[in-house]
Design a protein around this ligand. Structure first.
Ligand SMILES: [Zn+2]
Length: 500
């Protein structure tokens, strides 16, 4: 018995479908393009540009006491017209990199890289560099036709191949204009022999590439990783995976080595479309090394495991809510509604109406709907043997319905008082072999381990990742082989201190 009669009418209500997942628009991460123009020995202007991304990457991590910093690096400061960068001129006819077979360009040709400012348009930008009105109108028209309804975001780089017209030094001609808002798509408007302009869309193939970032902790773990080239999101995942095992206050020291293995996506010409998803990571704490490996068991949710194939999640969440107090424990008690002594098969946590209820562990939703005295109820299956149940909810979490996988800590519903309940609380049950046991007594016994075929598959993945953490190309080496990379000095020729 519970705090309500044993549910016989297990009416199930289908959960409301989740709101469509937001597909994050991915913005290009590495800007080496402007730098390339400079390296090619031509003219480069940053058109009222924001500071190059490279400034953020190069900034040293703030020195601080051991702590986890999960915030992304602060946004670069707004740029005013005072920051309008000067331009770098190299002698005309300077060596220009050419694909083999192409004839050398005329000395009156130069490359220009501009960035759109907020409220700026391509046409206005071309007017600013004195392109003839008829030309810029046509270029803008062709570009808009090519982009369809997509608009070019402020800060986007526009690469121009320019030519000085004999006798008209103040009215340069645009030979081609190119913008690449996504690394896999390049929009080009090119001047034809007859002087008209035509649009062209170039598509680049995208494929995965595995790289490693190996560095030492100086300042925060997060900052050190980002400074060494790991994406902020991957570092957050790494830190969260470590948090179950590592005591950040006592065990983290300066100078500790760590490695993260990343899966990047790159275009056929070497542009990174995704800076890297965390596949595995290793932190050397001196006395011991902590390893985390991403793995998805058959039919289960993706998670991180140690090298032995044990989930890094050391135990289930002790309380499936952020703020809660136990209002009624597990065991025999006087039933508040029924008035007689009965077994309380779970633990009650008092919490305000609407408090989010979190999945105690990664698992699968096996029930989500009204369930007699339990009211609106969710049951999760974590392993064959272990399950959890959550009663009296006011409503279900987004996307929660039978069959879906959930991560530990995912919101599966909200505190309510549905079913047989005297007030807003969560009735939380924990099942072993199908029988309710005391959730609060289970904290050490709940580590999930892989077994059978999952474990076999995991071992293969783990040995591959462990080897790649030693021998995969470093993130910066991989970038260097893919992109014609100028030296740092050339890459940020106008970057002054304080610009970052
Ligand atoms: Zn209860």
């Amino acid at each position: 018995m519970t705090d309500f009669p044993s549910p016989s009418d297990r009416s199930k209500v289908a959960a409301i479908a989740p709101a469509g997942a937001m597909l994050a628009l991915f913005r290009p991460f590495l800007f080496a393009t402007g730098a390339i123009a400079a390296a090619l020995g031509t003219l480069m202007v940053l058109h009222k540009s924001g500071p190059p991304e490279i400034a953020t990457i190069a900034s040293p991590p703030a020195a601080s006491a051991p702590q986890i910093v999960l915030n992304d690096p602060p946004a670069a400061p707004a740029v005013t017209s005072a920051d309008f960068q000067g331009f770098q001129l190299k002698p005309e006819g300077a060596q220009r990199e050419q694909a083999s077979g192409q004839e050398a360009p005329a000395a009156d040709r130069y490359e220009l890289t501009l960035r759109l400012e907020k409220g700026d348009t391509v046409e206005k930008m071309l007017a600013d560099i004195d392109v003839a009105e008829a030309d810029r109108k046509q270029i803008d028209e062709k570009l808009q036709a090519l982009l369809k309804k997509r608009h070019i975001a402020p800060g986007e780089e526009i690469v121009l191949d320019m030519q000085t017209v004999p006798g008209q030094p103040d009215a340069p001609r645009v030979l081609s204009l190119s913008v690449r808002p996504q690394p896999e798509h390049e929009y080009i408007v090119r001047r034809q022999d007859d002087g008209s302009y035509a649009g062209e869309l170039k598509t680049y193939k995208v494929s995965p590439r595995i790289v490693r970032v190996e560095t030492e902790r100086h300042g925060s773990l997060q900052g050190s990783g980002v400074a060494a080239g790991a994406p902020s999101q991957a570092m957050i995942e790494f830190i969260r995976a470590l948090a179950y095992d590592v005591d950040f206050q006592r065990e983290l020291k300066q100078g500790q080595k760590f490695t993260v293995l990343l899966e990047q996506f790159v275009t056929s010409d070497g542009k990174v479309t995704h800076p890297g998803r965390l596949l595995a990571g290793e932190l050397n704490l001196g006395k011991r090394t902590v390893t985390v490996i991403r793995f998805r068991p058959q039919g289960g949710a993706e998670g991180f495991y140690n090298a032995k194939g044990e989930s890094v999640v050391r135990s289930f969440l002790r309380t499936p809510m952020d703020v809660s107090k136990v209002t009624s424990g597990f065991g025999m008690r006087e039933h508040p509604i029924l008035g007689y002594s009965a077994m309380h098969t779970g633990v009650d946590f008092g919490a305000p109406m609407g408090t989010p209820i979190l999945a105690a562990g990664a698992g699968k939703v096996v029930m989500a709907g009204y369930n007699g005295g339990y009211g609106l109820f969710v049951k999760l299956e974590h392993t064959k043997d272990i399950g959890t149940g959550y009663g009296h909810m006011s409503r279900l979490g987004p996307g929660i319905k039978p069959g879906v996988s959930v991560r530990q800590g995912q919101v599966i519903g909200f505190v309510g008082s549905t079913g047989m309940s005297t007030g807003p609380h969560l009735h939380y049950e924990f099942y072993r072999g199908g029988h309710p046991v005391n959730p609060l007594a289970q904290k050490f016994a709940m580590q999930a381990s892989l077994g059978g075929k999952d474990l076999q598959r995991f071992r293969a993945v783990a040995s591959q990742y462990l080897a790649q953490m030693k021998n995969a190309p470093r993130a910066e080496e991989a970038a260097a082989t893919a992109l014609p990379r100028p030296t740092p000095k050339e890459a940020v020729p106008q970057l002054a201190k304080g610009d970052e």
